[in-house]
Structure formats: C-alpha cells, structure tokens
Design a protein around this ligand. Structure first.
Ligand code: FPP
Ligand code: MG
Length: 322
C-alpha cells in the first residue's frame, strides 16, 4: 500500500482522485501511456500529497482547484526521473525497465519532454496564476542546475558543502515548493508560508540523504534498483564522503570511486569499506536532524489531522525502505 493512503481518510480519498487524474493526464497518446504508465504506477506521490495536505490544511478546497496542480507536480517529477535515467543510463527504476533501456535514449528524451509539457498544459488550462508559474519554473530550473552541477563533477569527491548544494537543488527545493504552493492555495499568512516551506526543505534534505543511503544499503527488491547505482554513474554521495573522512581504507575507497569506471566487485568492496565506518549512523543522524528542523517548522495553526499527517510523513522519510 502507498504510505500516503495510511495517513487519514481525507488524504486517502484525495490520493484516489489524484491517481485517476494522473492516469487521465497521460492517456491522450497511446505510446506515451505505454512508455510511462509502469513507471508512474510505482511512485509514492510524495510531492503532490505534500501540496494537497498543505492546500487543505485550513479548510477542504474543491478538488478542481487543487488536483490539476497536484497532477502537474507528479508529472514534472516523473519527467525528471525519465531524463535522469537517460543521463545515468539506468536500466531499472521502481522495479521496472526504464524508458531509455526499453526504447532508447532518443525516444525517452521525448517521453520526458511530453510529460513536462503536459504538466504545463494543466497549469495553463486551469488558470493558475503567475506566482504559481514562477514557483514551478524556479523549481525546474533548480532541478536542472543541481543535475548539471552534479554531472560536471562526476567521479570527483564533492566537499560536504557541495554535496548539500546538490541535494538542495535536486530535491529539497522541489519538496519545499510543493508545500509552499499548498500554503499559498490555502491563503495562509506569510509566516505560515515560510514555515511550511522550511518544513518541506528539511524534509527534502533528509529524503535525499536517506535515498543516498538506500542506494548502497537498501533491499534491491524493495527499492527496485540495483545497489551502487550512484557510484556506477560517478555520483559520490554522503556515505562515501563520510567514509573518506574517517576510514583507514580511505585511499583504496578514493581510488575505486574516482577511477571513472567501476566493476561490481569494486562496488562490493566500496560498500564493505563504508559499512566498516560510522557512515550509516552518521547519515541517519544528519537526516534525523533535518527531520527535526522540518518538524519544528510545522505551524501550530494547521488542522490537527493535517498536522498529524505531515508529522507522519516526516517519520516516514527517515524510516522508509524505498
Ligand atoms: C533523481 O535523483 C533525479 C532528480 C532528483 C532530478 C533529475 C533532474 C533532471 C534530470 C533535470 C530536470 C528535467 C526535467 C524534464 C524537469 P537521484 O539521481 O539522486 O536518485 P535516483 O537514485 O532515484 O536516480
Ligand atoms: Mg539518478
């Protein structure tokens, strides 16, 4: 079951309507549907649900006001994953074959572009104002800049601060924008808007740190992607950065992760070196600190059911296995 469905009755109902909207949004073209339905099916819906929870945090808004934007957020996320898999030449995501592996990179670029265009069609058709459009375009620009920065420094060890810049641009700004858009839709005051934005940002940093841990130590049957995918594509993340700081085998690890090409045996060796340090605990502690900062930013003025749901999402982000 999707974790969001477990939050509360309203969230579960919203999720059902959202699923229908997402399905409809890709139904127009049979090939696009065939190419991305399996990927879309496996998503957690974290981004649109953050938006919907925040949007309904004061009173329930009519779905026609919120669903198109919630759908657009999921489509933008899916488009970015389709493109990310081309960049990383990934073969599997969410347990299914990626579009680039199945149809080739040329077709996959276009499928991603289509989803992206569809998202902005929904925004235009439903008359979302320029403030919404600006938040969306900024979040996409930041996604791209984060990805560009990361890809310009493949197989190089980033500093802690560079790592944080990447995960902020790639993930935290997206999640915080979803919360911000929701707070704006709910007509919250500027303090509440800033607090919910900060909640989303803490959540996003923690989410990406856990994602980077799962890439090494997650159960492949649950994450739906093979171990060491980041290392294979040259992306050096927090578990490695920490291990390089303190491991006795730091020299060997550095050689493996910066050589420019990495075998399965080397990935296993790198994982063994990382596991022998405190890197897992270190990453978890960092993620929990960001979750704590998300939690303290939750405004006290939200409906109790929504505040509880947002608290549960914070728990989920650090406890998740996929
Ligand atoms: C997955 O993260 C990828 C992203 C968070 C962003 C990718 C962004 C782009 C490709 C640019 C934006 C493009 C469009 C069309 C909006 P990850 O690589 O850390 O995690 P993974 O292990 O799930 O791949
Ligand atoms: Mg990736």
């Amino acid at each position: 079951m999707n974790f969001v469905a477990a939050l509360n009755d309203t969230a579960a109902k919203n999720l059902q309507v959202l699923e229908e909207n997402i399905k409809q949004s890709i139904a127009e073209d049979p090939f696009v549907f065939e190419a991305c339905a399996p990927l879309i099916r496996g998503g957690k819906r974290l981004r649109p649900m953050l938006f919907l929870l925040c949007a309904n945090a004061k009173k329930d808004l009519p779905p026609e006001k919120t669903m198109p934007l919630a759908t657009a957020l999921e489509l933008i996320h899916t488009a970015s994953l389709v493109h990310d898999d081309i960049i990383d030449t990934s073969k599997k995501r969410r347990g299914v074959e990626t579009a680039n592996s199945k149809y080739g990179a040329q077709i996959a670029v276009l499928v991603g572009d289509y989803l992206f265009a569809k998202a902005f069609q929904l925004v235009a058709e439903n008359n979302y104002d320029s403030q919404v459009q600006l938040i969306l375009s900024n979040l996409v620009k930041n996604l791209c800049v984060g990805e560009i920065m990361q890809d310009r420094s493949l197989f190089a060890v980033p500093t802690m601060s560079e790592y944080y810049t990447h995960i902020n641009l790639k993930t935290a700004i997206f999640l915080s924008s979803c919360c911000r858009l929701g707070a704006i839709a709910a007509e919250m005051n500027s303090r509440e808007i800033e607090n919910l934005t900060a909640y989303g940002s803490g959540l996003g940093l923690a989410f990406q740190i856990i994602d980077d841990l799962l890439d090494f130590f997650g159960d492949e049957r649950i994450t739906g992607k093979p171990h060491g995918g980041d290392l294979k594509s040259g992306v050096i993340t927090l578990p490695v950065i920490r291990a390089l700081e303190i491991s006795d085998a730091a020299q060997t690890l550095k050689k493996i992760v910066t050589r420019g090409e990495i075998t399965k045996t080397e990935i296993d060796a790198a994982i063994k070196i990382i596991r022998a340090t405190d890197a897992v605990d270190y990453c978890r502690t960092r993620a929990e600190a960001h979750i704590e900062s998300a939690r303290v930013n939750l405004p006290a003025t939200l409906k109790i059911s929504i505040a509880l749901a947002l608290e549960k999402i914070a728990d989920f982000v650090v406890d998740r296995t996929r």
